[in-house]
Ligand binder design. Structure first.
Ligand code: PGA
Length: 242
């Protein structure tokens, strides 16, 4: 049985004043039956972890240590209290030119440091309109995932739905999650059964219940609506009720 996961991605948002939101999320987490995770900026990681919330990084380097100014290793994230790390987010793929091969190397490094990788995949609007969605996602899964499924979480995040208020139809989400389930089984065999598949992209309290009712959706990766504890609480409640 997979435990549903509500993961908040704070992106490049949050300073010490926002710890009050994390504190409130810690209290919500204590009562929730789903797993709750915050991925704050690296500067807040240990502070949020100290509040008792499960935390994750938003990226890591593929190397264990060394001359990589400005980067953070998976072991450093783990040392700061992280249990997860988001990898291959479309903003990293777009802003930093991250390739599938690099994402795979990072995911492998994350597992070696004891972190659970949350690997993101998703099509652009142009790719969806060209009916390339499943081909794009298949290629991203084939290229970005680590060799074994330990701790692995996969997030389907259509690029055009991130931060836009646009959400795919429930049939579109179902189609992609069904496709991913089949592809993960082809790649990992029976160990694919433990891989949680999140949906991400403009998830709000108002649409969460419908999305969580879609077969194959095991939770959400939430950006904007994870920044305010009240908004995130609505999503967590919807996941608990699903
Ligand atoms: P959003 O972001 O919820 O603000 O659309 C989701 C994400 O990028 O993970």
């Amino acid at each position: 049985m997979k435990r549903p996961l509500a993961a908040g991605n704070w992106k490049m948002n949050g300073t010490a004043t926002d710890l009050a939101e994390a504190q409130a999320i810690a209290q919500i987490q204590a009562k929730a039956s789903c797993e709750v995770l915050i991925c704050p900026p690296a500067t807040l990681l240990s502070k949020v972890a100290d509040l008792g919330v499960a935390v994750g990084g938003q990226d890591c380097h593929s190397a264990g240590a060394g001359a990589h100014t400005g980067d953070i290793s998976a072991a450093m994230l783990a040392d700061a209290g992280a249990r997860y790390v988001i990898l291959g987010h479309s903003e990293r793929r777009a802003d930093h030119g991250e390739t599938d091969a690099l994402v795979r190397a990072k995911a492998t490094a994350a597992q070696a440091a004891g972190l659970a990788p949350i690997v993101c995949v998703g099509e652009t609007l142009a790719q969806r309109e060209a009916q390339e969605t499943l081909a794009v996602i298949g290629a991203q899964l084939d290229g970005s995932l680590p060799a074994d499924a330990t701790g692995l979480v996969v997030a389907y995040e259509p690029v055009w739905a991130i931060g836009t208020g646009k959400v795919p139809t429930l049939d579109q989400i179902a189609e992609v999650h069904q496709f991913m389930q089949t592809r993960l089984a082809e790649i990992f065999g029976t160990s694919a059964e433990d891989i949680r598949m999140l949906y991400g992209g403009s998830v709000k309290a108002a649409n969460a219940a419908q999305i969580f009712a879609v077969p194959g959706v095991d939770g959400a990766l939430v950006g904007g609506a994870s920044l305010k504890s009240g908004d995130f609480a609505g999503i967590i409640a919807a996941l608990d009720a699903a």
